[in-house]
Design a binder for this molecule. Sequence first.
Ligand code: FES
Ligand SMILES: [Fe+2]
Length: 451
Amino acid sequence: MWDASQPKATAPMIVEDWDRLTFRVNREAYRSEGIFAREREAIWSRHWLYLGHETEIANPNDFVVRTLAGRPLIFCRDSTGEVRAFLNSCPHRGTVLCRETQGSSKLFQCFYHAWTFRNTGDVAAIPDEQAYQAGEDFRAAMRLRAVPQLASHEGFVFVSFNPDVRPLLDHLGEAADYLTMIEEQHVGGMQTLPGVQLYSVRGNWKLAVENAMDGYHFSPTHNTFVGYLRESGYAVTDDDQYAYNLGNGHSLLVLTGHGGRISMIWEPRFGADERVRTQAHRAEMAERLGERRAHYVADESHILYVFPNLLLFDIEGLSIRQLEPVAAEQTDVRAWQLVPRDEEPAARALRMKTVVSFVGPGGLATPDDIEAYEAVQRGIDATAGDARSGLDYSDMSRGMLDEVKGVQGRSIDEGAMRGFWRRWVDAVGIPDGLHSSGERPASFLEGREMR
Ligand code: FES
Ligand SMILES: [Fe+2]
């Protein structure tokens, strides 16, 4: 195992060769606890992380608890309506303060010695307070600990444990507009449905990122679903589907070949009533947003990855997925449905049926995907420590020729993954982590000029 305390890795994490057009990732990146510890420090403690959606805490005093980068947090809307994130740890002696998963409360009371806090962070009561000599100063020092940075964009709330993190919009860069496009889908805006799908995967978190950006696996891995689409009269194609590096480690797949989405792109399996609703909604969007913008919002399906822990699947319905690495080989995943606020009941019912049948944890896609990345995690044990040159590496070379020629990468290639890994190796700061040979193209295809 590579030791994070050593100044040099024994073998580079990433090897790119522009003469042979190959790109390889050292499999230690998926299994080393040393690298996991380094990621915690260099990525998860320093960058913006997706915390949750504002509509999860729609009303004053609403709260949910959530663990992010291993730290227990309270995500709440205080009694004045302000969105806040506190460490879920009593300032007295550190006990987990809020032991319910969600609810509505103006106060949080620690069960250990009954210190009580308002949801603004102020101390409300300390039993036998006169024993403390410092008075108001003591109360001020014992406020709930806020997460150092919190900001939101289009209802998506991000936090950072780094007080000096750059502004959220700088971090989001080109990804910001895709979050805006989600909010623009419906005139009344979007909301999360109550409830979270929570599952644990025996695999490294980066395998989940790769899987989401991997159009290559769609037909072979999800062949049951592909067969079902064909039987229902919908042609599936990989043509005209592209992958974009949006910069800062964010990436985007733009899918049109298997992109049926409730209220956006009709398919026969959605039925005749949905066809009428989709046509009316499409016309309303063109009116409201202009045809060009409406085209991007409605007619393409997107899978958006926001580095490091947010995945948005704007396919079928709209699923938010949050990655929480627990150990090098273990990841917790939380998922929510984002739905139009003012959706009529028949459309909502169809949406839920459709979403759970594909991207839900028991659907036709997600169990296949989880099996794929757990199988990678098991399979790569075979080459662990193998001294033969280049053996303990995974290959992600597909589409490099297009990259050199300046041709836009396809979703069935691996360009989005390469963009992620280049950002990762830079962010994690492993000395000599990237070994590059041959003539690198002057610019990688980053961003998407269309708006
Ligand atoms: S640890 Fe919370 S009141 Fe003592
Ligand atoms: Fe998949």
